[in-house]
Structure formats: C-alpha cells, structure tokens
Design a protein around this ligand. Structure first.
Ligand SMILES: C[S@@+](CC[C@H](N)C(=O)[O-])C[C@H]1O[C@@H](n2cnc3c(N)ncnc32)[C@H](O)[C@@H]1O
Length: 236
C-alpha cells in the first residue's frame, strides 16, 4: 500500500484551499483556532499552504500508515512541523482532536472514487457506490464550514442537496477540469463512472472530469449561495 499521488488534483486542492482561506480569513477565524484536515496524503499540498500563510495551523488525520509516514517527512522537510501536525487514524472514529468541533473549519480532498466495492487500486480512496459517502459524512460531522473537493462524477446533485438540508450554503468554489489519473482510469472504476453518469448521477467526459473545491458554510456572516453555479460548473 502506497500513499495517494495525483499531482494535478493535489495542486488544485491546495491552490483552492489557499484562496478560500485568504478570501474568508475573518469569517473562518482560522488565525485563532486553526483548521482540521481529513486525509493528509503525503502532505505536500497543504504543507505549502501552511508555509505560505503564517498564522495557519492544521491538524490532519489519515487512515493510511504509509501516508502518515511520508507526510511527516515532507512536513519536516518544509519546516512547518510546528504548525502542521498529522495523526494516524480514522477521522470519524479514532481521531483525538480532529473530528470534534469546536474548530469551525474542516478541509478535505476526500476519497471520492465511485465503485461497486472497495476492492480497487487504493481501497482508501473508495467513496462508496456513488463516490460521495465520505463527503456526506463530513457534512454531517458538525463543522460550521466544510471546504471539500466535489467531483463531477460522484453524484454532486445529491451532495449539494444534502448540504442544503443540513443548513449549508455554497459560499464559493474553484472548479477545474482534470484528466483521469491512475485511480479513475482503473477499468472497474471507469466503467462504474460511465454507468453512474448514464443514470444521471453525475457528469464525466471520456477521459476527463471536473472537480470543484467548495466552501460549504452554515455561517450567517458569510453571504450568498452559489449552489446552482456550482452544479453548472461541474457539467461536461
Ligand atoms: C484523495 S486523498 C487526498 C490526500 C491529500 N489531501 C491530497 O490532496 O494530496 C484522500 C486521503 O484520505 C485518506 N483517508 C481515507 N479514509 C480516511 C479516514 N476514514 N480517515 C482519515 N483519512 C482517510 C486516504 O488514506 C488518502 O490519503
């Protein structure tokens, strides 16, 4: 088992998190209480964000032992170990400090591969049959702000509708087209994505999809609702 590796996906996640944290700095209050992260991977993405935003503290949890080992090395190499900490465990069950608010904001590029079961190239990336199980779980975890990747092929309409039912609005998002990487190109995953899209549970091209990093918020001080724009941006 190796750690997650997808350079363009991680770069989009990191860039988007940085822009959203800067844009909503006051309302998110991260300079006082930090943020938590679900799924560290090898940590290179968010380590650079931490390095570029003095005052940002991130406590991250990953379920994969090799990822945590690699992440700690990368964080140390970038000199941000005092502000970016990593814990091994299941974010929703084992984490000491992560899964329990009072921290108001969680960030995540969560597992979102849809497949009939978790017997895929990297089982930790399985997002359930529709791909959005972990995003939905994150939305139900009690954070006021959830910054998360939402891919076009993992039933985004249900994700956005469920978020609305839980009192979240889409404050803003950054969307980008991505080519299928090694994980979504696996025939079992690719065929399943094709079926889901044919059923109307998402959108994908032959070799590409869209992903948006979205700020869902329940905070009345953050205005607006861009849910419709988000769903339009995810269509191919
Ligand atoms: C798509 S990768 C993202 C990694 C990194 N944030 C990035 O963008 O490069 C998702 C990560 O979530 C981790 N993960 C999966 N289920 C988890 C769980 N229940 N608790 C904590 N981490 C989990 C996986 O091991 C994987 O490293």
């Amino acid at each position: 088992m190796s750690s997650f590796s997808s350079a363009d996906e991680s770069a989009h996640y990191a860039f988007s998190v940085r822009v959203l944290l800067q844009q909503y700095r006051e309302q998110l209050g991260w300079a006082h209480e930090g943020v938590v992260e679900f799924g560290t991977g090898d940590a290179t993405a968010i380590a650079d964000v931490v390095a570029g935003l003095p005052g940002l503290r991130v406590h991250s949890v990953d379920i994969s032992q090799p990822s945590v080992g690699k992440a700690r090395e990368n964080i140390a190499a970038r000199g941000v170990a005092d502000r970016y900490t990593v814990e091994l465990g299941d974010f929703f069950h084992d984490a000491d400090s992560a899964a329990t608010p009072p921290v108001a904001t969680v960030i995540a590029n969560p597992p979102y591969l849809p497949a009939p079961d978790r017997d895929i190239l990297m089982p930790e990336l399985w997002g359930g049959v529709y791909g959005n199980d972990l995003v939905l779980q994150l939305l139900k975890a009690g954070y006021r702000n959830v910054i998360t990747a939402v891919p076009s092929y993992a039933d985004p309409e249900t994700t956005v509708r469920t978020a609305g039912d839980l009192g979240y609005r889409v404050a803003n998002f950054l969307a980008m087209g991505l080519d299928y990487g090694p994980y979504s190109s696996e025939p079992k995953v690719r065929d399943h994505i094709r079926r889901l899209c044919a059923e109307g549970r998402g959108w994908a091209g032959k070799d590409e999809y869209m992903v948006a990093v979205v700020l869902f918020t329940q905070d009345p001080d953050i205005p607006g609702d861009r849910a419709l724009q988000l769903l339009r941006a995810l269509q191919l």
